[in-house]
Design a protein around this ligand. Sequence first.
Ligand SMILES: Nc1ncnc2c1ncn2[C@@H]1O[C@H](COP(=O)(O)OP(=O)(O)O)[C@@H](O)[C@H]1O
Ligand SMILES: [Mg+2]
Length: 234
Amino acid sequence: MLEMIDVNVYYGAVHALKGISLKVNEGEIVTLIGANGAGKTTTLKTISGVLKPKVGKVIFDGKDLNKVNASNMVSLGMAHVPEGRRIFANMSIMENLEMGAFSRKDKAEIKKDYEKIFETFPRLLERKNQMAGTLSGGEQQMLAIGRALMSRPKLLLLDEPSMGLAPLVVKQIFSIIEDINKSGTTVLLVEQNASMALKIAHRAYVIQNGYVEMEGDASELLNDESVKSAYLGA
Ligand SMILES: Nc1ncnc2c1ncn2[C@@H]1O[C@H](COP(=O)(O)OP(=O)(O)O)[C@@H](O)[C@H]1O
Ligand SMILES: [Mg+2]
């Protein structure tokens, strides 16, 4: 579904991605783990078209994304939940979800999706007319994911969904990510919480310093001694 081939990205003189190659197959949860500053967010932003590679290619659903305008990414079937969630604080939950469906015209199907999202996140239903800025961190993350799902993505990009959340809420969010995947959405999950991410992912890439340092089945990496000592605090 997604392939990055030798992707190099710069911020001015800063060479942030130094030849990243990776794949996400349909139906998978793939996770990118790695230390702060490794290049995980830059990788997601390059996939969603916010940043353009200087060298290399991103192929999504058979299309070379160098030739696609970033504003068309959503209609291609990609949704990005950015680091820090970026919900619209002064809009209600309902209005935030409506924003997620902006590219769609299938009213009856949109209505079904609201229902599905409120089933997945009952807390959002209880608060649907409340301003999003007044929600807790966990609820804001649920809303950010719900808003992304309103575009009915084939591929969901999640950047640090666990950031700043209490362990119990993190558990809840990860279990919801698993459910979303089981119901047919492919997921690319960026996480500093490597142990949680490796537990729900099928495959993983360890990013270090703009490179892919290691890749493999998530269960293998979870038991790898070097991954354990560098990223799992063991
Ligand atoms: N807007 C920016 N301008 C300059 N350098 C940046 C910018 N954003 C990120 N970087 C640098 O790019 C590298 C990768 O950052 P990032 O992708 O945010 O890492 P991660 O998400 O893994 O923490 C870091 O060295 C970071 O300092
Ligand atoms: Mg980041």
